[in-house]
Ligand binder design. Structure first.
Ligand SMILES: [Zn+2]
Ligand SMILES: [Zn+2]
Ligand SMILES: [Zn+2]
Ligand SMILES: [Zn+2]
Ligand SMILES: [Zn+2]
Ligand SMILES: [Zn+2]
Length: 291
C-alpha cells in the first residue's frame, strides 16, 4: 500500500452497492485471523477453570466432611442424653439446636452454595467473543475509460480502451486478422484493428487494408488489391484489378487477357468472338462479315 498515493475520498464517489458484501467478507477474514488466538485463550481459560473447580470441590469436601462429622456427633450426644434420662427441656433444647444446625435445609444451603460458587468461576473464565469492525476503510479507485479515435487517411474508427491504475493494466487488443496481441494499434480502411504485418496498401487505390479486406492478387498484373478494387472477369472467371479490365466494343468489360485489338477496325473485342479473316488474321466478326 505504501507504493500508492492515497487521498481522502468522498462517500458519493465510491460505489456503495457492494459495501455490505465487502463488510461481511472483511468481518469473516477478521474472525479467521482471530480464531487461533481465541482458541489458545479459551484453552488456557479452561485449564484455569478446571483448577478452580478442583479447588472449590476440595474446599467444600472439607466443609461437608465437617458437617457430617458434627452431625453424627450431635446425634450421639442426643442418644447419650436420652439414655442418661436427662431432663426433657434439656433434651428438647438439644433437639432444637440439632434441627437448627444439621437439618436437610442446612445441607441444601451448602450444596447450593457449591453450585453458585462453581457457576461464578465458570463465568469468570468463559470467553465471549463478538467481532465488530470498529474502523472500516474503503479504498476505491477510478478505472479510466478512454475512447480512442484512430484515424487512417480520412477514415476513422472509435475504440474503447479501459485503463486500471491499480493493476496498471490497459485493455488488450488482438489483431482482427492474425489474432496476435497488439502493442500498437492500426486501423484498416475496412474498420479492422490490426498489426503492422497485416496492414498493406492496395496497389490500386493506395488505401491501407488488413488481410481480411484484400481480395487477392490480380491475375493480369500481379498486384495486391482490396475488395473495392477487385473485379471478376465474366469471360475467364479470374480475379483482376479494375485497372486490368478492358471495355470491349460491344459494351462489356473483360480482363486484358481475354481481349484483343481487331487489326482491321482497332476496336477492343473479346478474343473468343474473333474469327479468322480471309487474309488469315484474327479479326472481329463485324470486319469478317464485311468482306
Ligand atoms: Zn495481424
Ligand atoms: Zn483498392
Ligand atoms: Zn480490414
Ligand atoms: Zn491488374
Ligand atoms: Zn478474362
Ligand atoms: Zn474489327
Amino acid at each position: 500500500m505504501e507504493d500508492y498515493n492515497i487521498q481522502e475520498g468522498k462517500v458519493e464517489e465510491a460505489s456503495t452497492e457492494h459495501l455490505s458484501v465487502d463488510y461481511n467478507s472483511a468481518k469473516e477474514k477478521l474472525h479467521e485471523l482471530l480464531n487461533k488466538k481465541v482458541e489458545k485463550i479459551s484453552g488456557e481459560l479452561n485449564e484455569k477453570l478446571n483448577k478452580e473447580i478442583l479447588r472449590v470441590n476440595e474446599h467444600y469436601d472439607k466443609i461437608l466432611g465437617e458437617f457430617n462429622l458434627n452431625k453424627s456427633r450431635a446425634v450421639e450426644r442426643i442418644k447419650e442424653a436420652t439414655k442418661n434420662n436427662e431432663p426433657a427441656d434439656k433434651l428438647n433444647r438439644m433437639k432444637e439446636a440439632f434441627e437448627h444446625s444439621f437439618s436437610d435445609s442446612n445441607l441444601l444451603k451448602i450444596t447450593s452454595e457449591i453450585k453458585a460458587v462453581i457457576e461464578n468461576e465458570k463465568s469468570k473464565y468463559s470467553l465471549d467473543v463478538d467481532n465488530r469492525l470498529i474502523n472500516t476503510t474503503i479504498i476505491y479507485y477510478p478505472v479510466f475509460k478512454v475512447i480512442l479515435v484512430l484515424d487512417e487517411a480520412g477514415f476513422s474508427k472509435a475504440v474503447e480502451v479501459v485503463y486500471n491504475p491499480l493493476t496498471d493494466e490497459l485493455s488488450s487488443f488482438v489483431c482482427d486478422s492474425c489474432k496476435t496481441s497488439l502493442n500498437e494499434l492500426n486501423v484498416c480502411h475496412g474498420g479492422h484493428i490490426c498489426c503492422s504485418s497485416c496492414l498493406h496498401s492496395c496497389s490500386e487505390c493506395g488505401k491501407r487494408f488488413c488481410r481480411l479486406c484484400f481480395a487477392g492478387i490480380c491475375d493480369s498484373c500481379g498486384k495486391l488489391v482490396c475488395k473495392n478494387c477487385a473485379r471478376k472477369c465474366s469471360s475467364c472467371g479470374k480475379l483482376v484489378c479494375k485497372n486490368c479490365m478492358r471495355k470491349t466494343g460491344t459494351g462489356g468489360e473483360k480482363c486484358s487477357n481475354c481481349v484483343s485489338y481487331c487489326p482491321v477496325c482497332s476496336k477492343i473485342v473479346e478474343k473468343k468472338t474473333m474469327v479468322r479473316g480471309s487474309d488469315g488474321r484474327m479479326v472481329c466478326r463485324g470486319c469478317a462479315s464485311k468482306k
